[in-house]
Write a protein that binds this ligand. Structure first.
Ligand SMILES: [Zn+2]
Ligand SMILES: [Zn+2]
Length: 129
């Protein structure tokens, strides 16, 4: 969701964005912190959290509210589906076409103006099977 203002791209945010876009694992803030520290030795975990939240609010990245304990982040800001392993927590992108008709149907069933939807499929990954 965009707040309608542009977020200034600081060096810290640029590094976080770079690293996040390189990963397809949907890392947690802690995991990104460990990676970002190698390029920004003085960055703190709090700064990483704050910047990730801000970038998600501005639609530059996605914050994923998925099953499991920790929030995870996605460098791909476009809506797409995910599949999660119930055993190890692995979270992959799922290359299923976005079903925009779901938004229309949800809008008809409620008083809401539907903006988007997200879908998470769960199962057991090949390594855990
Ligand atoms: Zn697994
Ligand atoms: Zn994703």
């Amino acid at each position: 969701m965009s707040l309608g203002t542009t977020l200034r791209v600081t060096r810290q945010r640029q590094v976080l964005l770079d690293e996040l876009c390189k990963l397809y694992t949907h890392p947690t803030a802690d995991e990104l912190y460990q990676i970002a520290r190698k390029r920004l030795p003085r960055i703190s975990l709090g700064t990483v959290y704050r910047n990730l939240e801000l970038m998600a609010e501005h639609g530059m990245i996605q914050k994923l509210e998925v099953g499991g304990t920790q929030k995870r982040f996605d460098g791909n800001a476009a809506p797409h589906y995910h599949v999660r392993c119930l055993k190890c927590g692995r979270l992959d992108d799922l290359n299923l076409p976005l079903d925009l008709d779901l938004d229309r149907q949800a809008g008809e069933l409620t008083d809401f103006t539907i903006l988007r939807h997200s879908l998470e499929f769960t199962g057991i990954c090949p390594a855990c099977r």
